[in-house]
Design a protein around this ligand. Structure first.
Ligand code: GTQ
Length: 324
């Protein structure tokens, strides 16, 4: 190296060193990583096997008293990320409640929905509405609405929680309040916050063909999604059939209402990855993965998903590849 080149390097090194104490950093060294040519989610496609998790939930029900836990939940954490991330933008957890227990009333900025997996006699009170829950029902807990959960009758109740918690890593404005008693005063009244599975399945089943999709919408205004943040869909795939392929900026958390099959993920270089699933499993699809579901069982497969579609659309970040 010529003396001038060495001198220049030394000068550069000194220049770089002088930046940090002034709280500045060069953009040009990180520019390409910050604006990659395609979405680069950090989440890994993952399946959470219900068969494997069911005994752990039961153990938590035996070992962890309700009074100690506030919410008895096993969080489904993506192996490439930290809690509370199931995907880059979504959180999912499996909540377990024993008969006679109460998960006490609180409210928080985070939006929540529940998808009921098993049990009868469980209920959620949301802002004064008492809603009994059955397998496949969806219950919404909009931002800042009081909610507590309880369980009558025999046996436990298990459901999937879906929240927008990871978003609060970027916008740390989530906070909660605890109600003065365990339950918020509630009545069994008509509500638009519950979606009964039987109605959703009916809508899926009246569609002709081997595949149908149902978009959950606001029950007061069907032009709107269920929230401005989290959206939900249900899908039916006939025996031996498959869903259309999708590639979107969306992150999905899927739950298998019923059926056996797999999801094929295809990366831009043509590599395929298979996620195998069966009854009650949960799996996630990170942003910008191309994927399709295949029914490999001998019964109709029904899938539920929640996603960040409404949030992405609000931010004008929803994109889909229509050429697949
Ligand atoms: O049921 O209120 O899985 O507040 C995480 C946070 C459930 C709930 C979760 C919560 C809840």
């Amino acid at each position: 190296m010529s003396p001038t080149a060495t001198q220049e390097n030394n000068e550069r090194a000194l220049f770089f060193k002088s930046l940090k104490p002034k709280n500045v950093e060069p953009l040009w060294t990180v520019m390409s990583a910050m604006v990659p040519p395609k979405p680069l989610p950090k989440a890994t496609p993952t399946v959470w096997s219900y068969k494997q998790l069911r005994p752990l939930l039961e153990e938590s029900g035996r070992l962890v008293p309700a009074e100690e836990s506030e919410r008895r939940v096993l969080m489904l954490i993506n192996p490439s990320l930290l809690a509370p991330q199931t995907t880059d933008t979504l959180y999912a957890g499996l909540q377990y409640i024993n008969p006679g227990e109460v998960a006490p009333a609180h409210r928080h900025c985070a939006f929540a929905l529940r998808f009921i997996i098993e049990g009868e006699g469980g209920y959620t009170n949301v802002e004064g509405c008492k809603m009994y829950m059955s397998k496949g029902d969806v219950i919404l807990t909009p931002r800042w609405e009081w909610h507590d959960h309880g369980k009558d009758g025999n046996g436990p109740m298990i459901w999937l929680d879906g929240l927008d918690l990871p978003m609060f890593k970027a916008i740390p404005v989530n906070f909660a309040e605890h109600y003065e008693s365990d339950t918020f005063p509630s009545k069994l009244v008509e509500t638009t916050k519950k979606y009964q599975w039987r109605n959703v399945q009916e809508q899926l089943d009246i569609v002709e063909g081997t595949y149908a999709r149902y978009d959950y919408c606001d029950q007061k205004n069907s032009d709107l999604p269920i929230s401005t943040i989290v959206g939900a869909q249900a899908e039916r795939i006939s025996v031996g059939a498959e869903s259309p392929s999708r590639q979107e900026t969306t992150s999905f958390v899927y739950h298998v209402y019923g059926g056996i099959g797999h999801t094929v993920l295809r990366s831009d270089d043509g590599k395929e990855e298979i996620l195998k699933w069966e009854d009650n499993d949960v799996f996630c699809i990170p942003s910008w993965k191309q994927f399709k579901h295949v029914n490999k069982g001998s019964t109709t497969a029904y899938l539920f998903n929640f996603s960040d579609i409404p949030m992405l659309k609000s931010l004008d970040l929803f994109r889909e590849n229509k050429d697949i």
